[in-house]
Write a protein that binds this ligand. Structure first.
Ligand SMILES: *Cc1c(COP(=O)(O)O)cnc(C)c1O
Length: 385
């Protein structure tokens, strides 16, 4: 038996809701997707929401809605899932990476400021910054928003880890300091729809455009037609869109999952408290929590103080896995992937590399039992002390 680093929690009422939809008139594009969008936007305090079949497609559609084109530039954090960068490449734009802050593992604000002033001098400012809230802890959005006004770029929050988390007392997703926020509902994330994602915004125009891009570029709204209404069958394609839609089956699972999100996040914090308490005397660095943030604790990332341990990072990781603790590493720096490693000066990413050489994600999910948490802690102690 092994303990995974993350897993979904599906209740009997979740299952009942999905079965109800399977028996209903619509299993895609019925009332459930709209209801899910409404529930999530109400929960996080954003005006508009567009449900999608993944966060990756929500990120792509968000870039398109912000008019990202060939030769434009997007910046994102060096430590993220590759989807945070790929969405820019889908649009023909180029991606540049920002080194992380070794305190909170999000993009470094100092590095960002420095890179912006240099980019301004050579006329290579980004059109969009994708701020990733690693592990569910928000970036310093107020600071990023100030910089966006000074240097004139748009902001997408990649909050794939972060539904249920807060920044300055407001839920992540409220878009107070960004143009668009994206959530993921993949089974390892906070709540799930199987595969699924969502883009949230307070801007009606961006909402309409995102909606259009995720459904073939088609509009059924008479007021938006370029030609005259030719008959009751009529609709128009006005741009090149995709089929990135969520189904009603998925949305009914999402609506039901949202009912227990508070319990879910509270349990994650309980588990985090236990890790903090029981691991504080070990030669490891625990995840620092910034005072303006309330993490969703999608991940619990520790870093080994390798100088104080007589085993390598690689060996500790392997021993944990051999003992049935299925730890993970979030993430391989994007620039180390063969596809992404062109023209990158590794000297500019010293913090990301230090992180990569020491980080381990411990098991973290609501159904993790107290007995299992103890097992993780004891196993870690046995290996590194
Ligand atoms: C999971 C994840 C994504 C992609 O989410 P999908 O729903 O699987 O497409 C994007 N960015 C980050 C940071 C993620 O963790």
């Amino acid at each position: 038996m092994s303990i995974p680093y993350a897993r979904q929690s599906i209740s009997n009422s979740d299952i009942k809701e999905v079965i109800k939809t399977l028996k209903a008139d619509f299993i895609t594009q019925g009332p459930k997707v709209k209801e899910f969008e409404k529930e999530v936007s109400k929960y996080v305090g954003a005006k508009y929401a567009v449900a999608t079949n993944s966060a990756t497609s929500a990120l792509h559609a968000s870039c398109l809605a912000l008019d990202l084109k060939k030769n434009d530039i997007v910046w994102t954090s060096a430590i993220s899932f590759v989807a945070s960068a790929n969405c820019a490449l889908y649009c023909g734009a180029t991606v540049e990476l920002i080194d992380i802050d070794l305190n909170n593992y999000n993009l470094s604000i100092d590095n960002l400021k420095d890179k912006l002033s240099k980019a301004k001098r050579v006329g290579k400012l980004p059109k969009i910054l994708i701020a990733v809230h690693l592990a569910g802890q928000s970036c310093d959005m107020r600071e990023i928003s100030k910089l966006s006004k000074k240097y004139n770029f748009k902001i997408i929050e990649d909050a794939s880890h972060a539904i249920g988390g807060k920044y300055r007392s407001k839920f992540i997703g409220s878009c107070q300091y960004s143009d668009i926020t994206v959530f993921s509902f993949h089974p390892v994330k906070i709540i799930t729809t199987g595969e699924g994602g969502m883009a949230l915004t307070n801007n009606k125009k961006l909402y309409k455009k995102t909606q259009m891009y995720i459904s073939h570029g088609i509009t059924k709204n008479k007021n938006e037609f370029k030609n005259k209404l030719e008959g009751e069958w009529y609709y128009e394609q006005t741009c090149l869109g995709f089929n990135y839609r969520m189904t009603d089956i998925q949305a009914s699972l999402g609506i039901s999952q949202l009912n227990s999100i508070k319990k879910n996040i509270t349990r994650r914090h309980k588990i985090a408290d236990t890790y903090f308490r029981e691991l504080k005397d070990l030669p490891i660095i625990l995840p620092y929590q910034e005072k303006d943030t309330y993490s969703s604790f999608h991940l619990f990332i520790i870093r080994l103080d390798v100088k104080k341990i007589n085993k390598t990072h690689k060996n500790v990781f392997k021993s944990l896995r051999n003992n049935g603790i299925n730890v993970n590493l979030h993430y391989i720096p994007i620039f180390l992937h063969p596809f992404h490693n062109k023209n990158v000066n590794k000297l500019e990413f010293s913090e990301s590399i230090k992180y990569y050489n020491s980080a381990i994600s411990l098991p973290m999910y609501p159904s993790l039992k107290n007995k299992e948490i103890k097992e993780v802690i004891n196993c870690l102690k046995k290996i590194i002390i």
